[in-house]
Design a binder for this molecule. Structure first.
Ligand SMILES: NC(=O)c1ccc[n+]([C@@H]2O[C@H](COP(=O)([O-])OP(=O)(O)OC[C@H]3O[C@@H](n4cnc5c(N)ncnc54)[C@H](OP(=O)(O)O)[C@@H]3O)[C@@H](O)[C@H]2O)c1
Length: 266
């Protein structure tokens, strides 16, 4: 008897899909045949952003209109299409706030200074609800990737970037809290990857991305090297962050990056 060949159709939930990083990952996921869901406040804007994709690919996209502050919308986005009592296997969050400048132009804040933390808490609480309703032994931990930033801990930034990042205290506090929520999740709920991106640009994808965590770095050609610190660099394009999320998180089930805070730079 011939062995049955099963090809897994990957299911991915996207939060913040209209932002450049998550959008790039979403496009690649749809092009490769993944079944995607997306939570957005602006469905028509998202569809415009996706209009360059071949029509058929959008059949694999389910859009839920809403915010991360709406638990039912978050839950709908998380649910697997094949078994609605379980979550999708991969969750990508590129949620972030819009910069807001007050009286002090050197201390910008965000329209919601707690947005990343709130999004992470909302995703985890949706997962807890699904896990609570899952049958005994049925739960399979999804892999959640969130986009954070370099410069949260010493040693991640080139010296000349320190003054610029010093101005970003408020957005960075939110990222620290978001990372804390994700990495502090109770055992068995989820697996995680934190992508700490360098300064984001709108440049083209296809650059030599260096990715690494303390002690171990994969250089632009994909080879591993043992180093003293992390991957230190200036910038990375949103397209390349999305490509990295697609290739490493969705494509490789997170590989060596699971449970790591990974700096992503050129
Ligand atoms: N700028 C940098 O140099 C830099 C460096 C490292 C990391 N980061 C961080 O990386 C992440 C991704 O950045 P990006 O530039 O790709 O995306 P972005 O432009 O910051 O997009 C943010 C996304 O979050 C969504 N969003 C905001 N509030 C929401 C809410 N209450 N409910 C639902 N969705 C909400 C936005 O949706 P709408 O379309 O509805 O607005 C948008 O899709 C962000 O967290 C950013 O702060 C930035």
């Amino acid at each position: 008897m011939s062995e049955a060949i099963t090809t897994e159709i990957k299911e991915v939930a996207f939060f913040g899909p209209t932002g450049g990083c998550a959008l790039a990952a979403l496009k690649l996921a749809l092009e490769s045949g993944c079944r995607c869901s997306a939570l957005t406040r602006r469905p028509s804007h998202l569809l415009t952003q996706l209009s360059s994709l071949p029509q058929g690919t959008l059949q694999n996209l389910t859009i839920t209109e809403g915010t991360v502050q709406t638990p039912t919308a978050v839950l709908e986005t998380l649910r697997s299409q094949t078994n609605s009592s379980l979550p999708r296997k991969y969750i990508i969050s590129g949620i972030g706030g819009a910069p807001k400048f007050g009286l002090n132009p050197f201390r910008p804040t965000l329209d919601n200074p707690h947005i990343c933390q709130e999004a992470a808490e909302a995703i985890l609480s949706g997962l807890r609800e699904l896990k609570g309703g899952a049958a005994e032994g049925e739960w399979q931990q999804p892999l959640l990737a969130v986009i954070s930033t370099t410069g949260l801990v010493p040693g991640e930034l080139p010296f000349v970037m320190k003054p610029l990042y010093g101005m970003l205290k408020i957005p960075h506090e939110d990222k620290v809290k978001m990372e804390g929520v994700v990495t502090g999740a109770e055992e068995g709920l989820l697996k995680w990857v934190v992508g700490r991106a360098g300064l984001l640009t709108d440049g083209p994808a296809g650059g030599a991305v260096r990715a690494g965590y303390a002690g171990r770095v994969r250089n632009g050609s994909g080879k591993w090297g043992d180093v003293e610190g992390v991957a230190v660099g200036y910038r990375i394009s949103r397209g390349d962050v999305g490509r990295w999320l697609f290739e490493e998180v969705i494509g490789q089930d997170g590989g060596e990056w699971v449970g790591k805070r990974v700096c992503l730079v050129y």
